[in-house]
Design a protein around this ligand. Structure first.
Ligand code: ASP
Length: 363
């Protein structure tokens, strides 16, 4: 039969066209799963004039190490959630950032830590606030998400859950750093001075104005966070912090509040915030950015710039975000003089930045 005579030729064409189309798509990069990661180590009054060369080098080194560790997870097919956790762990273990080891002191000279994580695929999330004996609060937030029916746990209850989950508890001494202690002393002295002026009606009749003092203002920043897109197209975001120096009365900031400091949704983007937490809660920053994309059809950069360059300053706050959309595009927006930040984009390019004027340093 004729058909059998031509069969080998058909077969050749079919195989050839499959191979060549795979090869073309491969060459054009269309078939390769994209993945990317970005981290921040806090936004604030970070000025080159106040930074020694060695400290700057130390920041660049740890930011590079953290973002690379997360990227390694993604490049071997790991999940965005795992990458977020691993990158944040490295920042939490460094005394340079206001999270984990480097957490700031409360008014009562304790350390109370907050963290949250969110899965963009399922919109599941976990968060903890006011924990005092957890070395890596982002891991506990993940455990709340994975191993409990709840989203948000605080204080002693969160720590009891941690013990049940087999977490090693650390003493408060673990979080002691001289730099954070000295900072608390300076902030307390400034606050005392300001409240005397306030009582004498020499300051504006608005308690928020008191925080415009540069030392008090600097007391608010240094949180760490991460956003990632994995090879399965899933986004995740996480944020971890010691909160704000001299905080009292169980104050909780935006970092553990889903929708304020952290949000992730595969339909839109992943966001982690840093800044003056009270304003980021009121501005529902992370969800606002996601909603602008999902319901308003804005792109990533339009969404982050509307919220960070307009909405938050208009409310009176400041800070920044890192955000990533489902294509792996990255936005790093902040309205402060600096933000510690690093990224490895979909082309595998590592960039690190500290100051506003930086074009990110390429490593
Ligand atoms: N947003 C954090 C808070 O208000 C502080 C920070 O970003 O460093 O607790």
């Amino acid at each position: 039969m004729k058909i059998f005579k031509f069969f080998p030729i058909f077969l050749f064409f079919i195989v050839f066209s499959c191979v060549s189309s795979t090869k073309n798509e491969y060459l054009e990069g269309q078939n390769l799963p994209k993945f990317a990661i970005a981290i921040h180590g806090g936004a604030g009054t970070i000025l080159k004039t106040q930074m020694s060369d060695s400290l700057e080098a130390a920041y660049i080194e740890i930011l590079s190490k953290a973002v690379t560790a997360g990227h390694d997870i993604l490049s071997t097919g790991g999940s965005a959630l795992d990458a977020v956790g691993v990158s944040i762990n490295i920042l939490e273990d460094s005394p340079l950032f206001n999270a984990g080891k480097g957490a700031v002191f409360t008014h009562d000279q304790t350390n109370e830590l907050d963290a949250s994580i969110m899965d963009g695929a399922t919109l599941n999330a976990g968060a903890v606030a006011g924990v005092m004996h957890i070395k890596n609060p982002i891991d506990l937030a993940r455990s709340v998400m994975d191993n409990s029916p709840h989203v948000f746990m605080y204080g002693e209850g969160a720590e009891a859950f941690a013990k049940d989950q087999g977490f090693n508890m650390v003493e408060q001494d673990y979080f002691y750093t001289q730099a954070r202690y000295d900072h608390l002393m300076r902030v307390k002295a400034t606050e005392e001075q300001n409240s005397t002026l306030f009582e004498k009606e020499m300051l504006p009749n608005n308690p928020a104005e008191m925080f415009f003092d540069p030392i008090l203002k600097a007391s608010k920043y240094g949180t760490v966070g991460c956003v990632a897109l994995d090879q399965n197209g899933n986004l995740a975001a996480g944020t971890s912090t010691g909160g704000m120096t001299n905080k009292q009365f169980g104050r909780i900031g935006d970092a553990p509040v889903i929708g304020a400091g952290t949000y992730a949704n595969n339909q839109s983007c992943a966001v982690s915030a840093t800044g003056w937490g009270e304003y980021f809660i009121r501005g529902v920053v992370a969800h606002d950015i996601s909603a602008m994309m999902q319901y308003g059809g804005f792109d990533l950069e339009q969404s982050t710039s509307t919220v960070i360059d307009k909405k938050i300053p208009e409310l009176g706050g400041d800070g920044g975000v890192i955000a990533m959309d489902k294509h792996g595009n990255i936005s790093m927006r902040f309205n402060t003089p600096g933000m510690y930040r690093a990224q490895i984009d979909t082309n595998g390019l590592l960039k690190v930045g500290i100051y506003k004027s930086d074009t990110l340093l390429t490593k």
